[in-house]
Design a protein around this ligand. Structure first.
Ligand SMILES: NC(=O)c1ccc[n+]([C@@H]2O[C@H](COP(=O)([O-])OP(=O)(O)OC[C@H]3O[C@@H](n4cnc5c(N)ncnc54)[C@H](OP(=O)(O)O)[C@@H]3O)[C@@H](O)[C@H]2O)c1
Length: 168
């Protein structure tokens, strides 16, 4: 994260998928230490609850398989109900269930890679924009309204947030 003044995250709402340990937990702790409200998700109830308890400030842990759309909706609805907004989504969960040559991967593992690493982040991003901003899809597949104020993500990972046209 780009270092800004420590207070700059005060009152912001951050959702981190896979926040019970590892990189996600590290990212969540940085936000929490800077005053953000933080939601962590993971599959294991005890682990995510313990992670949330260990962090300072207003942090909640929620059980959700990252590819479960109903669970994702529920997480974001919970964040909205509790804090009234969602400013930042950290799509942290990723898996690598296959070791070796890509040509040797079996169908089940390939499906898992696509579901967790590609589908889930897109689904969470879409739900976050819909839930957090109340935006509606416009006819051309984009989003009516502005992109999240706090988002500094590349447009490719923020659906509908288009980069300015390049000069030709
Ligand atoms: N560590 C590295 O050096 C490194 C380097 C480059 C990229 N990455 C990538 O960065 C991401 C995080 O890596 P990490 O090392 O921090 O991983 P990690 O220590 O294994 O932590 C993964 C986190 O994601 C959660 N999780 C895993 N599968 C999930 C699922 N299907 N649904 C919901 N939560 C799930 C885990 O909790 P539960 O098990 O309770 O669900 C845990 O909180 C991964 O995509 C990894 O490939 C890591």
């Amino acid at each position: 994260m780009t270092e800004t003044s420590p207070a700059s995250w005060n009152g912001r709402v951050v959702v981190v998928t896979g926040g019970s340990r590892g990189i996600g937990y590290g990212v969540a702790s940085r936000f929490a230490e800077r005053g953000a409200h933080v939601m962590l998700t993971s599959r294991k109830a005890e682990a995510v609850a313990e992670a949330a308890r260990s962090l300072p400030g207003d942090v909640v842990g929620v059980v959700a398989h990252v590819a479960d759309e109903a669970a994702a909706r529920s997480c974001l609805a919970t964040a909205l109900a509790r804090w009234g907004r969602v400013d930042v989504l950290v799509n942290n969960v990723g898996v690598n269930p296959h070791f070796g040559a890509t040509l040797d991967v079996d169908r089940a593992r390939w499906d898992k890679i696509l579901e967790v690493n590609l589908w889930a982040p897109l689904m969470w991003a879409r739900l976050e924009v819909e839930a957090g901003l109340g935006r509606q899809r416009s006819g051309d597949g984009g989003w009516a309204g502005a992109c999240p104020r706090t988002s500094r993500s590349h447009p490719a990972v923020r659906p509908g947030c288009r980069a300015p046209a390049r000069p030709r």
